[in-house]
Design a protein around this ligand. Structure first.
Ligand code: ZN
Length: 183
């Protein structure tokens, strides 16, 4: 069976990568959010008997080259699929998924994540599957996609990202999409 590699970008020492401080004092730190979604998704996959590895157990920032090296150590030993989990910023709302330009299998997998979105996060817009020359997509030997779930600098999106039920639903979307890919 394909092994699922979960990557959580950024660490507590990465500059930026956080929401504004909202009027109620709350703030989303992306490194913490990414790790929480990875942990929840990993639990859901393991409960379904799907082999999963989390590439980063540390809370500090692990350089991309090292994350790719860890992924490739698994990918060189058998079939893997890598999912790098993030929250977006830069003004907007909703979700988008990236694969490396021209990587057709990764693009198909991104499409399955897109098809699964409406079932799990219907109140948010799915912005589409896109291509990007990101190192984690380019320098890994296995199919790889990167999810950007909602915008941490949008107040409504961020409220959802900060909530326990929101995180549970985001993890469920990831787990359900992976299960659909493995079908
Ligand atoms: Zn990120």
């Amino acid at each position: 069976m394909i092994k699922i590699l979960l990557d959580n970008g950024h660490g507590k020492d990465t500059p930026g990568k956080r929401s504004p401080v909202w009027p109620d004092g709350s703030q989303l730190l992306e490194w913490q959010f990414n790790r929480d979604i990875v942990a929840r998704t990993a639990t859901m996959l393991r409960e379904a008997g799907i082999p999963v590895e989390c590439l980063v157990s540390e809370s500090h920032d692990i350089p991309l080259a090292e994350r790719c090296r860890r992924a490739n150590a698994f990918a060189s030993r058998g079939d893997c699929l890598l999912i790098s989990i993030h929250a977006n910023a830069g003004g907007g709302s909703g979700g988008e998924i990236f694969s490396y330009p021209g990587a057709q299998q990764s693009r198909r997998y991104a499409g399955i994540f897109g098809d699964t979105w409406g079932e799990h996060l219907p109140e948010f817009r799915f912005r589409g599957c896109k291509e990007a020359n990101f190192a984690i997509l380019r320098d890994t030997l296995c199919p790889a996609i990167l999810t950007e779930t909602l915008f941490m600098d949008n107040p409504d999106d961020c409220k959802f990202l900060l909530s326990d039920t929101g995180r549970e639903r985001i993890a469920r979307w990831h787990a359900a999409s992976i299960k659909n890919i493995l079908k």
